[in-house]
Design a protein around this ligand. Structure first.
Ligand code: SAM
Length: 288
């Protein structure tokens, strides 16, 4: 094997696939996948179905996911260097966007292998384009933590974030997350629910966070499928008025033992002491 996979001058293609509607695949994506010798896929069974639907055969599918990415990257880059045409796809949408691929692309750059995107669908951008919220600046958060305390702690850090916030969320957590968004970011902030984009039961609804929370809580159908949540960013007034919780916790923890800091902060912020203590743990201030 060559020591420098970049020496062969090959290209790693990062190929976006549809997020629901097969017709959203681009002509160039089809061409690139048809020409590929190797397709690195998050889930080979899933991608094999997609390739079958597109009438593409011949490429060798290899898995590339969170747990094997570091090890697989080197072999894939050597294949590129050896003249093989290698494409990276994920289960849906754009690879690396809340999907595997970052380590491979980073390794490609380190090895001098050219990386070329074949752009296409991305749920975050599709949702932003239809949500009716400011799109001049946006902040992609991806998935929030799954436990309530960690999720609220993360939202606390986003209270002052400007630009439209974009979250991915699992259907079984969407009701809970909308309740947290309204509680932490404010009932009256505008938001949007973008569900099942490009599919039969597509829903795009723009409303206040409180109204979205109630809408989703009242209709089990809105708690199914694939979901993007969007929230308008902090206004100047919100930024000026918001308490900087992280600074408060750091200041208290600098003066008091963590349990007492959590007690005082809980009283000031009106939140459970246990949640605050967990936040101190997450910030590396308290010891478990
Ligand atoms: N790489 C993908 C992209 O470019 O959007 C995202 C992959 S991430 C693992 C999957 C999440 O994306 C879902 O849980 C959901 O939040 C969002 N998503 C994917 N397809 C969607 C769709 N058709 N409608 C709404 N959200 C979608």
């Amino acid at each position: 094997m060559a020591d420098n996979p970049g020496a062969g001058g090959g290209v790693l293609h990062v190929v976006a696939t549809p997020i629901g509607n097969l017709d959203d695949i681009s002509a160039r994506a089809i061409e690139t996948l048809r020409a590929a010798d190797i397709i690195a896929a998050e889930d080979t069974r899933h991608s094999s179905r997609l390739l079958g639907q597109l009438g593409i055969e011949g490429a060798r599918l290899v898995s590339l996911h969170e747990h094997n990415e570091a090890g697989r990257s080197e072999a894939l880059l050597h294949a590129v260097a050896a003249g093989q045409r290698v494409a990276l796809v994920s289960d849906a949408g754009t690879p690396l966007v809340s999907d595997p691929g970052f380590r491979l692309v980073q390794a490609a750059h380190a090895a001098g292998v050219r990386v070329s995107p074949v752009p296409g669908a991305c749920a975050a951008i599709a949702a932003l384009s239809a949500a009716g919220l400011p799109s001049d600046r946006f902040f992609f958060e991806g998935f929030l933590p799954s436990t309530a305390a960690a999720r609220r702690a993360r939202l606390d850090q986003l209270v002052r974030q400007r630009g439209t916030l974009i979250f991915y969320e699992a259907p079984h957590r969407v009701a809970e997350t909308l309740a947290d968004l309204a509680a932490v970011l404010g009932d009256g902030r505008m938001g949007a629910l973008a569900r099942e984009l490009t599919k039969t039961f597509e829903t795009v609804r723009r409303d206040t966070l409180a109204a979205l929370r109630d809408f989703v809580a009242a209709d089990a159908d809105q708690q199914r499928g694939e979901i993007v949540l969007l929230v308008e960013g902090a206004t100047d007034e919100a930024v000026a008025g918001a308490l900087d919780e992280t600074a408060l916790l750091r200041a208290l923890a600098g003066e008091l033992p963590a349990t007492r800091a959590a007690k005082v902060a809980a009283a000031v912020l009106g939140r459970p002491r246990r949640d605050i203590y967990q936040q101190l743990l997450d910030m590396g201030i308290a010891d478990g």
